[in-house]
Design a protein around this ligand. Sequence first.
Ligand SMILES: *[C@@H]1O[C@H](CO)[C@@H](O)[C@H](O)[C@H]1NC(C)=O
Ligand SMILES: *[C@@H]1O[C@H](CO)[C@@H](O)[C@H](O)[C@H]1NC(C)=O
Ligand SMILES: *[C@@H]1O[C@H](CO)[C@@H](O)[C@H](O)[C@H]1NC(C)=O
Ligand SMILES: *[C@@H]1O[C@H](CO)[C@@H](O)[C@H](O)[C@H]1NC(C)=O
Ligand SMILES: *[C@@H]1O[C@H](CO)[C@@H](O)[C@H](O)[C@H]1NC(C)=O
Length: 498
Amino acid sequence: MISQLLFGATLFAAAKSTLATNSSTSRPGVDCACSALLQKNPDSVLLPASATFEAQTKHFWDIRSAVIPSCMVFPSNADEVSEALTVLASCNAQFAVRGGGHMNFPGSNNIEGGVLLALNNITDMSVDEAASTIAVRPGNTWADVYGALDPYGLYTNGGRMKTVGVPGLTLIGGFHYFINKWGYTMDSVKSYDVVLGNGTQVVATSTCNSDLFWALKGGANNFGIVTKFVLQAYKVPQISTTIQSFDEASIEKFIQATSEMTINDDGQVGAGSVVSINYNVTTDVISGLLLGVQEGTESPPSRFSAYTNIPPTMQINNVTTPKVWHSDKETPNQMFRVQFAHHTVRADASARLYEIYQAWKVAVSEIKDVEGLYPTFVLNVMPKSAASVAKNNGVGNVWGLPDDESLIIWQLSTGWANAEDDLRMTAWAKNFLEYHHAINQAMGIASEFLYMGDAGEFQNPYLGFPAENVQRLRDVRSRYDPGQVFTKLNWGGFKLSI
Ligand SMILES: *[C@@H]1O[C@H](CO)[C@@H](O)[C@H](O)[C@H]1NC(C)=O
Ligand SMILES: *[C@@H]1O[C@H](CO)[C@@H](O)[C@H](O)[C@H]1NC(C)=O
Ligand SMILES: *[C@@H]1O[C@H](CO)[C@@H](O)[C@H](O)[C@H]1NC(C)=O
Ligand SMILES: *[C@@H]1O[C@H](CO)[C@@H](O)[C@H](O)[C@H]1NC(C)=O
Ligand SMILES: *[C@@H]1O[C@H](CO)[C@@H](O)[C@H](O)[C@H]1NC(C)=O
């Protein structure tokens, strides 16, 4: 008790002499935490009003997430993450954790007036060629990982875009081109090093802390901070790629081909896509875009044959390495305010998907006055073979998806320029989604699955997981974070409710 009081007094003194945070805007406990972190390791803390701090507040994809924390701490290893967490818990300070800074909405990986625990400086990686695995620290992006695997002719199923960070994507599930063969990113994790809320460091594998191991496969940031992922890697020295665009007259066929490709995917050959429809509100031009990637050198890649009868307005086929393919797939960092939101439907419902697309086109034309409007309709495909991986690997994952039905996520991805339009755009997306999802429910073709990486902040992905899995997550949480550090102090993304 006395030592705690003394500790508090020291902190208070330190706060007075060295802190430049704005106490009237800091959350409770935050000045205490920033002072203690500064005292322990001044070089690892950034305070407002420095150029580096300013630059770091922009290290987020969505301009909406560029908020101002009271301080940022950059631990350089797992021990320092543990020390930082101990300080945050003892000061009762609210904090956010940032890996790559990709999840878009405010509060998902940054915090106004709190502490930002940034993992970006923990970056080492090592490949074990014999085991075909790579150990990755959380400060890396997927472009870093693919670069490290490249000399060995290895590849793994991480992010599709270059700048996506490793920890965020891996903890929420993770879409890659080759989910059809390897499952989701979480399904390729062999081991996690985790710092728990009380600062204790544990390793979770299929045989050690196996309940935590399962919970980290899709259970997000409710249990601890992962400081190392060991990922399965796969021999894929070369990939065959195709980029095709289509005009508005071909959109119905484009959607049909996407549905056909998904339901016919047997998962034998690693292959997958990014499928999107863009509406340029300046020129009124609508276009479909397919990015297709397949393992091996067969060119054009045969798994996209469903599209061959549609006349493309542009087509580029290539054979290259994963490293080169990913190296120019930039995400539009700080380009706009952007919101994702979606629902999920059976993959064979192509006529209904076309109807939804047509309704989207009308809905977009009604909000054309929004400055900087950048509307995209995305189809994220989930062939049933992707769910078979978790069903058959003896571990499973939090999603618990059945593997007898292929699904398609139909997603709004909408950019705009000004904060004044935030509420209007949110209401627009929400109304559109709920209206059309209700129709799909009535038709018996809806799935309640929601993917955290593409969900709107007003959606709740936990409602789409099997209820027994959500209960199991709560049980795991009560065992590994009895102090509820990640429930009560840590903001970010989609939290498991109490
Ligand atoms: C602290 O924040 C308040 C509220 O935003 C603001 O009015 C005040 O000017 C700030 N003070 C300093 C020193 O930045
Ligand atoms: C993070 O790492 C970079 C590159 O090594 C270094 O320049 C920077 O000082 C580090 N930042 C902090 C806050 O430790
Ligand atoms: C095609 O692949 C080669 C080999 O990796 C690469 O140098 C080239 O930039 C690629 N071309 C396109 C258009 O992507
Ligand atoms: C719309 O098309 C114009 C002309 O090609 C282009 O300059 C602009 O960047 C496009 N806008 C969007 C949002 O794609
Ligand atoms: C930290 O929490 C874990 C999980 O509840 C527990 O096993 C461990 O003993 C705790 N460590 C300390 C030092 O209290």
